[in-house]
Design a protein around this ligand. Sequence first.
Ligand code: UT7
Length: 352
Amino acid sequence: MGAMTIIGTGSYAPGVPIPNAALARVMDTNDAWIRQRTGIEQRHFARDGETVSELGAHAARRALRSAGITAAEVDYIVFGTMTPEYAFPGPGGLLGAKLGIEGVPALDLRQQCASAPFGLQVANGLLASDAARTVLFVCAEAHAGFMPWRDWDVVRGESTREVAEEDYARATRHRGVAILFGDGASAMVLRHTTRDGAGFLGAECHSDGARADLMYMPGGGFTRLPFFSLDVIEFELCYPQMRGPELFKSAVTELAGVVRSLCARHHVALDEIDCVVAHQANDRINSAVRKALGLPPEKVPSNIARYGNTSSATVGILLDELRADGRVKEGDLICVVALGAGLHWGAALLRL
Ligand code: UT7
């Protein structure tokens, strides 16, 4: 039967890039701080009404084209996002309808920034159990909706008007999150290969709800009666809460640990890995992980400067770029690794 392999990738980012300096117009931050602490220089933001199933459809069409197949050949959709267009239903089925493949099963993942290793593990299970022959794995995010400002005209440079003092103060209270995230989508087409030695070696995934408070969205969940009220806005529960430095430490420890553990389980020496395709949350996290694993910089590529943290989509966008410019190629052993709110984290090994 062979092992699962990636036969196509695609990615998409909405609109024009928004540089760090644009964020400094609506809150107390600056380009130098953002670059030094994160490596981010710009990000993209979805427009009002631009949803993850729409962003995902752009990436999916590109991935299908790169795989040389049509949507009609997809028999399972797996969709990862933490910013779905509705509390329910999830975006997977909506994506299927946009691609004209209504009726194809769609599974929505809730693993946030850790969607890539979880999604690959699930897709491998679907293929191995013969539930599917061609899995379309899409990740997309529209974080723009939880940005803590209303002054989109100022952020986008369409107006130079003054921002109200209370709006500036609110955005500044949430600046730690606001500077990190950007919008985008990625897609992978997954199938079994008959090529000798190629394909998925395995994945290791973990979850720890005891650390859910390191990053979560307090409002909009079905905790309160009624589940949504003006309190959600008044008490600023519609913005994620993040304990940044603690999350940073968890990320460095768990990401390095899961790569080591997965490699040991599959008898792969760390220096056999050609490329670590790591979640792009912060360049400083990835450089600490890289040092802990003793890997050279060229084996842990980064594109966070151009996209910020696109949560579930970072790994797929980066992989798409690496395939397109030849930094990864057939025969390379790649290790996907990611950690996200939940906490959820994991790694996957795959020979392209
Ligand atoms: O995808 C998974 C989810 N996210 C992550 O993995 C993120 C993990 N955490 C991080 O990447 C980092 O913790 C941050 C980038 C969020 C923050 O960097 P940090 O080096 O941990 O900074 P900090 O929160 O300890 O803040 C340092 C200083 C503070 O000022 P004082 O108290 O030292 O005077 C902050 O108020 O930097 C200040 N600060 C800012 N200044 C300008 C915090 N955010 C900003 C900002 N602009 N945006």
